[in-house]
Design a binder for this molecule. Structure first.
Ligand code: C2E
Ligand code: MG
Ligand code: MG
Ligand code: MG
Length: 281
């Protein structure tokens, strides 16, 4: 009896896995058409200068408005785009959209405004960042590379090939800044902080979510901020949801903050409203 039950269970799991695989395949197909169908949107979340309370930058976060399934989170479809090779097209679209937005916001609100975009390590595989095309778009739009910050993760730095270094170098040469996202959660060796030219670290939200004055997380945040500053890097704290967390990070000398306390990610029009309201306040 046990044996047949075991086999049934196996068949059941097998069936479930097959359904999951089919679901992913359908979504991968939809993903391929999503770009052509204009189903992606960039939302923007403010990055606030904690010294003066001003909105200094925005992080661009992609959203997929699926015609049947509604909004799909990047946490769901970015890994699929990475597995199926769609990520390069998606990444180029994000770049172009962010450039158009930063041009508009620089001319309307703040000539020093920056937008930060997330780049997947897979985009860098096989020299996959079309930097010539990216740089000529900047030229065409008459906007300096320094209007953009590229967020990379420790995952990219795990096996830094020369080609990755070359691509990062080309972007830096054009003036773009580099930010190390989700800092403290990967396996990266700290030596990357000095070997690659990085401008910002983003303290991962997992260190911020239960931050209290005497917590271990507080010690870690203080240590990360002190280390970054000694290396000449600026620090952004992610996932700030409460005034208390904000005050602690500010007290520890953190340069920038991002999180629901300031605003959730919003569409471009709503973001412009935030800038205007903030400037008036
Ligand atoms: P990330 O780059 O670390 O982005 C921060 C994530 O934290 C965003 O989730 C944001 O909405 C969320 N967040 C911000 N403030 C708070 C807060 O106060 N509390 C909480 N609980 N969450 C907060 P989102 O937009 O769902 O994006 C998830 C991840 O998907 C991003 O993590 C990034 O790794 C990836 N992603 C998003 N857009 C892109 C993109 O255009 N390209 C690539 N390659 N990846 C992207
Ligand atoms: Mg990010
Ligand atoms: Mg992050
Ligand atoms: Mg994250």
């Amino acid at each position: 009896v046990a044996k047949s039950k075991g086999r049934n269970r196996f068949v059941y799991f097998d069936h479930q896995m097959q359904e999951e695989a089919q679901r992913r395949m359908r979504m991968a197909g939809d993903l391929r058409n999503a770009l052509a169908n204009g189903e992606f949107e960039l939302h923007y979340q403010p990055i606030v200068n904690l010294k003066n309370g001003r909105i200094a930058k925005a992080e661009a976060l992609i959203r997929w408005r699926h015609p049947q399934k509604g909004m799909i989170s990047p946490a769901t479809f970015i890994p699929l785009a990475e597995d199926t090779g769609t990520i390069c097209g998606v990444g180029n679209w994000v770049f172009e959209e962010a450039v158009r937005t930063v041009v508009a916001w620089r001319s309307r609100y703040d000539p020093a405004f920056q937008i930060s975009i997330n780049a997947s390590p897979v985009q860098f595989k096989n020299g996959g960042i079309p930097h010539a095309r990216w740089l000529s778009l900047l030229d065409e739009m008459r906007v300096p590379g320094s209007s953009l910050v590229i967020e990379i993760t420790e995952r990219l730095l795990l096996d830094v090939e020369d080609s990755v270094k070359c691509q990062l170098y080309a972007l830096r040469q054009a003036g773009m800044q580099m930010s190390l996202d989700d800092f403290g959660t990967g396996y990266s060796s700290l030596s990357y902080l000095t070997k690659l030219n990085i401008d910002y670290i983003k303290i991962d939200q997992s260190f911020v979510s239960s931050l209290t004055p005497d917590s271990d997380d507080m010690i870690l945040c203080e240590a990360m901020i002190a280390m970054a500053h000694k290396l000449g890097l600026k620090v952004v704290a992610e996932g700030i949801e409460t005034e208390a967390q904000c005050a602690l990070l500010k007290g520890a000398g953190c340069d920038y903050g991002q999180g629901y306390l300031f605003s959730r990610p919003v569409d471009a029009r709503t973001f412009e409203g935030l800038i205007v309201a903030h400037a008036a306040a």
